[in-house]
Design a protein around this ligand. Sequence first.
Ligand SMILES: Nc1ncnc2c1ncn2[C@@H]1O[C@H](COP(=O)(O)OP(=O)(O)OP(=O)(O)O)[C@@H](O)[C@H]1O
Length: 265
Amino acid sequence: MSFTEGVMDTKSETVISLRGVRAELGARPVLRGIDLTVRHGEVVALLGANGSGKSTAVRGIIGQVPLSAGRIELFGTDRRHFRDWGRLGYVPQRTTAAGGVPATVTEVVSAGRLSRARFGVLRKADRQAVRRALDLVGMADRARDSVDALSGGQHQRVLIARALAAEPELLIMDEPMAGVDLASQEVLAETLREQVAQGTTVLLVLHELGPLEPLIDRAVVLRDGCVTHDGPPPRALGQHALPGHDHVHPHAPAGAEPIRTGLLS
Ligand SMILES: Nc1ncnc2c1ncn2[C@@H]1O[C@H](COP(=O)(O)OP(=O)(O)OP(=O)(O)O)[C@@H](O)[C@H]1O
């Protein structure tokens, strides 16, 4: 095989594949036949209204939600047999980094490196990776602080640093910008841009594209547990401008029907 073929193989490699995925939570069907493909180097945004199944889909991918039907593959391996979790970084939705146990920022971010550390022991290169991750999210100056002393947005940055510390090939993030102010969103967007430039594949749940918009290759929109759009991301900024957001023009006559464009609602 030539070098060029090798590169092309990597580029077209499927990193995440969902086929006919169904899941129930309690008695409620939450995923109702999802197909989704994310290829090497792609940045894919998972969009949709509250309760449409975005978090459940992401949690299904990382093995936290059992499937009732269908198949998920990670790096070409059936998720049920996938063990190479060090290749994947995950930022969960709206949790705190504290978890009830007193820990410093460095300790939390170091935990994200353990999957890469041989025998669970952090060596110099691992500690450097932890420092780099803290630098990337602009939290290096808080390294020794207790995570209890952080604001919500700072927690979020620490969780992102924890995911980056493993230098993952695939980043899965569930609303990484939730509770993060615009200036910090710009910092995180820049961080992500650098990761993507290095070839990291990204799947992220978003409500607004915001500063991430230029990075997004493709948007997949869920509605009631089904994919209703898989293609170019909505062009305009902000959820109010996303296709599918019901919109009544401010000067429309009273009682006018909202304009529905069909993607999100
Ligand atoms: N543990 C659970 N038990 C029962 N139903 C659940 C559970 N967790 C979520 N659900 C339901 O599953 C559906 C999808 O939830 P999910 O969190 O995946 O949506 P989402 O698209 O991520 O929403 P949001 O934008 O609000 O985060 C919702 O109707 C929710 O009520």
